[in-house]
Design a protein around this ligand. Structure first.
Ligand SMILES: NC(=O)c1ccc[n+]([C@@H]2O[C@H](COP(=O)([O-])OP(=O)(O)OC[C@H]3O[C@@H](n4cnc5c(N)ncnc54)[C@H](O)[C@@H]3O)[C@@H](O)[C@H]2O)c1
Length: 321
């Protein structure tokens, strides 16, 4: 299979690329700012294309020239940068998604897998959300992603494109560099494992659902492999670590594994504003479980922290550390 990953040298994409190479795909990584460090171990095995999702021709060339058959669309500006620059976020996340769908339609790409987010929920969502919960995002990031979900569904209905999407909670793993509203979760573990103090930018009571990065890749592969006729919901919640811990409960779990961790709290106003409307504790992923047999391999928080620390210590270069 010839597979293109947009945002191909990002945190989740690099791990997905390793998994796709292992199953024998020819992998094309398309990124506006290719991070060679993050893919140092697979650089000679992939085709790296530098390009901007917002420039349709740059993407079309990559899809046409490499005879791409499948796309994993992970390229995106994340929450904090999107709110800081909503104009660029619109180009990357909305225009960029439209360009991916057009590339698929024009060049006969068989399937597009999209990575959306729980940030598409918001006002009035409550503490438990399922795939039918009304999505009323408050952020630029969530608004762009919700539009992209709808656009993908439209292309599926109108043009028969095999579009499928997953809504990730916070994805936790080593080596993520871009700050987003829930990045405190991974950095609390990472800083502690590296023996560095961590000042948490949300309050001790803050809660948000999360998933281990290996499970995020597992979900992308699984949804991609499901038979076309089983895909009814199209955009799916997927849950990972359960139950959802507060930042303080996360700290207690981290100190169980890393007793000398040093964690303090300095909540940032703009990020706490987001958590005022975002109170999700339970991400109901029944549809993913029923339609494509989704199940996380890393639901237990202590197991996640232990694996995270092992990854960091055994493969620091892989995570740019
Ligand atoms: N990390 C999380 O917690 C999380 C949670 C929910 C959803 N997601 C989604 O998963 C996907 C991957 O996230 P990540 O955490 O790996 O982020 P990341 O920032 O590490 O990766 C995103 C990549 O997209 C690239 N990119 C940005 N704008 C681009 C453009 N205009 N053209 C081409 N490439 C561009 C960046 O250079 C980067 O390499 C994103 O779509 C994100 O919205 C992530």
């Amino acid at each position: 299979m010839r597979t293109l990953i947009t945002g191909g040298t990002g945190f989740i994409a690099a791990e997905l690329a390793r998994a796709l190479l292992a199953r024998g795909d020819t992998v094309v990584l398309f990124d506006i700012a290719p991070n060679a460090e993050r893919i140092a171990d697979i650089k000679s095995d992939v085709i790296l294309v530098s390009g901007n999702l917002a420039y349709s021709s740059e993407l079309f060339n990559a899809v046409r020239d490499n005879r791409v058959g499948h796309i994993f669309h992970l390229g995106s500006m994340l929450s904090v940068p999107s709110n800081a620059n909503p104009w660029a976020a619109f180009q990357a996340n909305v225009v960029g998604t439209m360009n991916v769908l057009e590339a698929a339609r024009l060049f006969g790409v068989a399937q597009v897998i999209f990575s959306s987010t729980v940030a598409t929920y918001g006002v009035g969502s409550g503490s438990r959300v399922d795939d039918l919960t009304l999505q009323r995002p408050t952020t630029m990031y969530g608004s762009c992603k919700l539009y992209a979900e709808c656009l993908g569904r439209f292309y599926r209905n109108r043009f028969g494109l095999d579009f499928r999407g997953v809504r990730f909670p916070s994805v936790v793993g080593p080596g993520a560099k871009v700050k987003h509203v829930s990045q405190y979760y991974a950095w609390m573990i990472e800083y502690s494992a590296l023996g560095r103090p961590f000042q948490c930018f949300v309050s001790e009571e803050t809660k948000g659902p999360a998933m281990y990065f290996k499970d995020a890749v597992h979900a992308l592969e699984l949804v991609s492999r499901a038979p076309f006729e089983r895909i009814e919901t199209v955009n799916y919640n997927i849950a990972g670590i359960t139950p959802t811990p507060s930042a303080k409960e996360l700290e207690l779990a981290v100190t169980q594994v890393i007793p000398d961790a040093s964690i303090s709290y300095a909540p940032e106003e703009a990020i706490m504003e987001y958590y005022k409307t975002m109170r999700i504790e339970v991400l109901d992923d029944t549809c993913a479980r029923e339609e494509w047999d989704w199940q996380p391999n890393y639901a237990d928080l202590i197991t996640v922290i232990k694996d995270f620390v092992t990854e960091l210590r055994e493969h620091p270069a892989k995570y740019g550390l």
